[in-house]
Design a protein around this ligand. Structure first.
Ligand code: NDP
Length: 331
């Protein structure tokens, strides 16, 4: 197996030299394990936190060891009941070409026409469920709401905006980091308005896009975006605080939203969440979002990078906004 290891803990923005490649011989399979050849790997923003030597909600990656993450692989050999050679499984031994996987920690996927297997790492997987649970359960979205989502052209954000539209939002507004992404949101994904946060202050651009204020904010970015949303939220508004990607590479303490006191008078609910406790929604989510994908009502994009050696670049590129939709590594 060719694998990507963490060579050094990144300081600030990760660099290619923080990663190294290793060729590893896998041990024989144990009872209950399957050997897979990975087809697709995911790189996700949360992995940046695991590269630091601090305890977070996930333990840090170890230096000189292969990293982990979501992957879709085809079974080459099986010593597990119920998993056959040729099956495709979703598992957590990513960042490598081959792996021995405990079958109990994997899910056998059904190949469906029109749905690429990589979608189980994105719109039909963890990021898709994050969008669904975060919007509908955590932010308590209801039909008629005006919704603002940051990171709107990414895997989670693009699903949030479209689910809000399909569930009857009165207005959906997104922010993203390039003119092309902004155009894509309004022209192809059905957002009512979108802006490039690099064009000027977020607060002013959000006010222009939502002159009557917003009912729900789905935060993927934090910082200036969260502050602007607090200003635009209406009385009784809700925010699902999902991610703060503008701060993941920070080497200094981050400024708090300076207007946080507004949440008192406006009686706002700002609720942080992790996707992990929301897997009870998975079947409902998969059926509803799977249906919208099949009918063409919900679109998803992928930015695909080829080859195991390009995985560090894919991860670095993700943090720099080189992706539209899900960043995927294809092997
Ligand atoms: P994305 O597909 O959205 O990719 C990350 C995007 O972040 C980039 O494309 C870039 O887009 C944007 N970005 C990078 N730096 C900045 C910045 N300084 N300011 C604003 N935007 C920036 O990733 P995901 O959809 O996988 O994740 C989105 C968010 O959701 C992340 O914050 C992630 O941590 C969080 N998350 C949380 C989960 C949970 O359980 N709470 C689960 C999954 C994801 P652009 O070009 O627009 O800048």
């Amino acid at each position: 197996s060719r694998e990507v290891q963490l060579a050094a803990r990144p300081v600030g923005t990760p660099k290619p030299s923080d990663f190294s490649m290793a060729d590893v011989t896998l041990p024989p399979l144990e009872e209950g394990q399957v050997r897979v050849q990975n087809l697709y790997l995911t790189v996700d923003p949360y992995m940046r936190g695991r590269m630091n030597d601090v305890k977070s909600y996930t333990p840090p990656f170890a230096l000189g060891e292969t990293m982990t993450g979501g992957a879709v692989g085809r079974v080459l050999e099986s010593r597990a009941d119920g998993v056959q050679v040729g099956d495709v499984i979703l598992h957590d031994r990513g960042w490598r070409t081959h792996a021995n996987v405990n079958a109990r920690q994997a899910r056998v996927l059904t190949e469906r026409p029109g749905v690429p297997l990589s979608a189980y790492l994105g719109v039909l997987g963890m990021p898709g469920l994050t969008a669904y649970a975060g919007l509908l359960r955590v932010a308590e979205f209801k039909a008629g709401d005006t919704v603002f989502v940051s990171g709107a052209a990414g895997a989670v954000g693009s699903a949030v905006g479209q689910i809000a539209r399909l569930k009857g939002a009165s207005r959906v507004i997104g922010s993203a980091g390039s003119a092309d992404k902004v155009r894509h949101l309004t022209e192809n994904l059905g957002f009512d308005a979108a802006f490039n946060y690099k064009d000027g202050p977020v607060a002013a651009q959000l006010k222009a896009a939502a002159p009557d204020g917003i009912d729900v904010y789905f935060d993927n970015v934090g910082g200036e975006h969260l502050e602007a949303a607090i200003s635009s939220l209406k009385v009784g508004g809700h925010a699902a605080v999902c991610g703060m990607i503008s701060q993941y590479n920070s080497t200094e303490a981050n400024p708090a939203p300076r207007n946080l006191a507004l949440m008192i008078g406006k009686q706002l609910t700002l609720r942080g969440f992790l996707v992990s406790p929301h897997y009870d929604l998975f079947d409902t989510f998969a059926e509803e979002v799977g249906g919208w994908i099949a009918s063409g009502e919900l679109k998803f994009d992928e930015t695909v990078v080829d080859g195991i050696d390009a995985t560090p670049e894919a991860f670095i590129g993700l943090l720099a906004g080189q992706n539209t939709g899900k960043m995927i590594v294809r092997l």
